[in-house]
Design a protein around this ligand. Sequence first.
Ligand SMILES: *Cc1c(COP(=O)(O)O)cnc(C)c1O
Length: 323
Amino acid sequence: MPEAPSFRAIYRARRLIAPLVRQTPLLPSPQLSEQLGVPVYLKAETLQETGSFKVRGAANKILNLDQAAQRQGVVTASTGNHGRAVAHVARELGIPAVVCLSERVPEAKVAALQRLGAELVIEGEGQDEAVERAESLSQSRGLTFVHPFDDPLVIAGQGTIGLELLEAVPEPATVLVPLSGGGLIAGIALALKSVSPATRVIGVSMERAPVMYQSLQAGSPVTLPEEETLADSLLGGIGLDNRYTFPLVQQYVDEVLLVSEAEIAAAMRFLLEEAHLLAEGAGAVGVAAILSERVSVAGSNVTTIVSGGNLSLTSLLTVAAEA
Ligand SMILES: *Cc1c(COP(=O)(O)O)cnc(C)c1O
């Protein structure tokens, strides 16, 4: 079993993935700053070429494979954004990629994967089944499985966001991070707390099937049935055999907040209208927590990761029409 990720691994990742990943802007939000009475910043990962931060972890994992393994190809399972990231990186490097998806993944995300040239395998009701399928294909075809979150190299790749934050805000006080499997928050928390232990790192999930939240309550990984949510990129389990993200989240994450569907929709509208950012539900949960006054301000600034912006025009219009 590979070692848990380290702060140094995040630095190594940053250099390695730089050619494939954008350093995204950290945008001040005047409206949210006024609401909270301290500067509030939005880290716009929606502006990655693939529309979400997941390109960071995927690039770090794939670039660490030796040439023979790269030539053989990679396989993954994904609710969309991770699959898109793996397909994008594979295409940039000229290597084969197979993506396994559940039948619940929205059509817009499936079409985007097809355009990226990945071989798609669509099967099963949920994320856990898609992961099983990818693991079996990895065995039978000699492909390297790229896990969406529970891999030290993926976690280190996502952690490069933490390094960018530390350069832009030398003493981040509170950082809100969308939370599903925990790769994003584990990497960011590891980077931040290694340098700035006083920084509060807060996870935000949706009220509907928040698996990491329930697992933390239970003291070990649990499973929950998936539910319809605007934050569809946060759906899926953390794995009953979780190795890395669950213990890292237990160790480094200060708190996890939950937000409702109405709050997510309001945050999506706010980001579009006021910040001119197109965020999907999962990307908007941090702003939802701020707007709904769930975040207590202790310290001199608040940053939220706007983690992704991949959504269909149809869902965007539905959300916009509810206002
Ligand atoms: C995957 C994803 C997340 C959650 O990341 P984890 O590492 O699974 O916690 C948040 N937002 C978006 C847009 C995502 O695609």
